[in-house]
Design a protein around this ligand. Structure first.
Ligand SMILES: [Zn+2]
Length: 247
């Protein structure tokens, strides 16, 4: 708990949050998730998720290219994935039920990684009062993850406890799609994925989509973006970037 207490005092004293503070906080939170949630012990599934992450990360610019990216597969039924500002990527096994192939899962992971490279957590954190953020971190640190999945999910999936705005979600869609296209994943898989997601959750969007535009608006926008990134995808394939990740 001590790092969190320290972080809290830093926030209160300085009144703003630096990238380095966010990275420390997210690393600590990720370790806590590893300790308190069930980690998948399926080697093939773990390798599959890592393979997709590697292909996407290889397309990042500095400083993100040099991050110590850390990928974990959590054995949880929930349809969820997240990336934290320090470069921690979490995927829940529940994603396999809707993401049918590597390209669809890459669409989700690319979106989450784009939130990191767009600095969304940091700008979000600074839009809140430092004290509030510090208290939120402190309270999360003292919770038992398993019994507070809602709270923890809100925090961890969104980088650091604060939901992204709709504008940020759209930015992450655009940048995420470009990223996966450059990595050689089929861009159209993003549209397929969100269709599957909408079908799987007819009444309630999964938590990581709750701040997104409605499924139909999102799918329409993505369809246009797919056309725009096709040249990047074709370039990637021609250049030998042909990820072959499978379970
Ligand atoms: Zn998002």
């Amino acid at each position: 708990m001590k790092p969190y207490a320290l972080l809290l005092s830093v926030f209160v004293l300085t009144g703003c949050v630096t990238a380095s503070q966010l990275q420390q906080a997210s690393a600590g939170q990720f370790e806590k998730m590893r300790q308190e949630m069930t980690i998948s012990n399926n080697a093939a599934d773990r390798a599959y998720v890592q393979c997709i992450a590697n292909a996407i990360i290889a397309q990042l610019d500095e400083p993100y290219a040099s991050y110590n990216w850390d990928v974990e597969l959590f054995d949880e039924d929930e349809t969820n994935a997240f990336a934290m500002p320090g470069g921690q990527i979490g995927v829940f096994t529940g994603m396999f039920a809707v993401a049918e192939d590597q390209d669809q899962l890459a669409a989700v992971m690319g979106h989450e990684i784009a939130h990191v490279t767009l600095g969304h957590s940091l700008s979000r954190a600074n839009s809140q009062t430092a004290a509030t953020l510090g208290i939120m971190i402190g309270s999360v640190a003292s919770e038992v993850v398993r019994e507070n999945v809602g709270l923890i999910m809100l925090g961890t999936q969104l980088g650091l406890l604060l939901p992204f705005s709709r504008a940020q979600e759209t930015e992450a869609d655009v940048d995420g799609l470009e990223l996966v296209a450059r990595a050689g994943f089929r861009p159209a898989a993003s549209v397929e994925l969100w269709r599957n997601m909408a079908a799987a959750n007819p009444n309630r969007p999964p938590s990581f989509l709750s701040t997104h535009p409605s499924s139909s608006a999102r799918i329409a926008a993505l369809g246009e973006q797919v056309t725009q990134v096709m040249p990047l995808y074709q370039q990637a394939r021609a250049g030998g970037r042909r990820p072959a990740c499978s379970r």
